[in-house]
Design a protein around this ligand. Structure first.
Ligand SMILES: NC(=O)C[C@H](N)C(=O)O
Length: 380
């Protein structure tokens, strides 16, 4: 992990496309102006940086930091460009905020893990508690962006904005979406109206809440949606930021960050036609403390699988019924007899987010089904 303080740059910068890493690094080092030169500029009144909000950028990798040979079709490597290089590559950011970039990890978000989550949560909390920053922006891959956003939404305390951002095209692509997304994310994190809204994601001119956002397209830049509620706001260069309501409308639960990683083992079991009990029995034999069912329809599954879940719940494994269907709510049900079986339903949370909440609840010592259910329903 490295910690670098970015010097605000008042020089014109070109975007990264088509440049190799050494060329980018050389170009950036020659563009960065020294702190002294910057102080002189400020004294001359050519910049108002002193009044700008302080935004901490925490880079984790992902396609937004990815590079490809522009002639190659599709293939690129995630996490090749540092957070500092990323912010330096976006013209005009020095007019929006005072930026400090730190590298937390350099991974594709398919490799996102508890260690990085804990490092992020601890660094954000420290920055807020010590008043080092007015807002935080996390650069992240899009594959698990929603899970990281939801995890942080549940453990970071305070009302300062935390914004997570990614891109669908690597930094070297023609029409890379990363620079625009990063600019808008920093705009949102810098705006006082963003306070008290929990963790937000900003991509493709939309502001979405951590609880509701999900990735819906494998490759398109129009991939993130909030199926049950829509975006909480919009941001673009012409209109600036528009929030659709005073707050995101959702109550946030705060859990203490467990003393150390990893979080308890909770498996997602995907339901399908011709479903048997084997995946559930396997998960339990490998030490799962909880099972989230990505059920068909309203959190349903076959008789065989249901019996295996009932047996698991009897042994003290937490069973949460969620759905593989993209939108809607999973509701407590007499047919499945959630009450008798001690099952929990995930409400609006998709399986991957229900997993995160189940992990946090188990880590907090909450295991009684009624109490677990209250935590899943606490939002309304
Ligand atoms: N667009 C992306 O960022 C996808 C990439 N695999 C990641 O999640 O890191």
């Amino acid at each position: 992990m490295t910690k670098d303080t970015l010097r605000p740059a008042s020089l014109r910068r070109s975007a990264l496309p088509m440049l190799s890493v050494p060329v980018i690094a050389l170009a950036i080092s020659s563009m960065v102006i020294s702190t002294t030169a910057y102080a002189e500029e400020t004294a001359k009144g050519t910049t108002t940086a002193a009044n700008l909000p302080r935004i901490l950028v925490l880079a984790t990798g992902g396609t937004i930091a990815g590079q490809a040979d522009p002639r190659a079709t599709g293939a690129y490597k995630s996490g090749q460009i540092t957070g500092e290089q990323l912010v330096q590559s976006v013209p005009g950011l020095d007019k929006v905020a005072k930026l400090n970039a730190e590298q937390i990890s350099a991974i594709g978000s398919q490799d996102m893990n508890d260690k990085v989550w804990f490092a992020l949560a601890q660094r954000i909390q420290q920055a807020f508690d010590k008043n080092e920053a007015d807002g935080v922006v996390i650069t992240h891959g899009t594959d698990t962006l929603e899970e990281t956003a939801f995890f942080l939404d549940n453990v970071v305390k305070g009302d300062k904005p935390v914004v997570i951002v990614g891109s669908m095209r690597p930094a070297t692509a023609v029409s890379a979406d990363g620079p625009g997304n990063l600019y808008e994310a920093i705009q949102v994190a810098s705006d006082p109206r963003s306070r008290g809204r929990g963790v937000m994601a900003v991509l493709n001119d939309k502001i979405e809440a951590a609880r509701s956002i999900t990735k819906t397209n494998t490759t398109s830049i129009e991939t993130f949606v909030s199926p049950n509620g829509g975006p909480i706001g919009y941001v673009d260069s012409a209109g600036g930021i528009r929030f659709m309501a005073q707050t995101s409308g959702l109550k946030r639960a705060n859990y203490a960050l467990p003393a150390s990683d990893p979080l308890p083992r909770v498996e997602i079991i995907y339901s399908h036609a011709n479903m048997d009990a084997i995946p559930i029995e396997d998960a339990i034999s490998h030490g799962a403390k909880g099972i989230v069912l990505a059920g068909v329809g309203d959190g349903n599954t076959s008789k065989q699988a249901l019996e295996a879940l009932e047996a698991a719940a009897k042994k003290g494994v937490i069973v949460v019924r969620s759905s593989r269907v993209r939108s809607g709510f999973v509701t407590r049900n007499v047919e499945v007899d959630d009450d008798k079986n001690g099952f929990v339903v995930s409400e609006d949370l998709n399986p991957q987010k229900a997993r995160v909440l189940t992990q946090l609840l188990i880590a907090s010592g909450v295991t009684a089904p009624a109490e677990l259910q209250r935590a899943f329903t606490a939002t309304w």
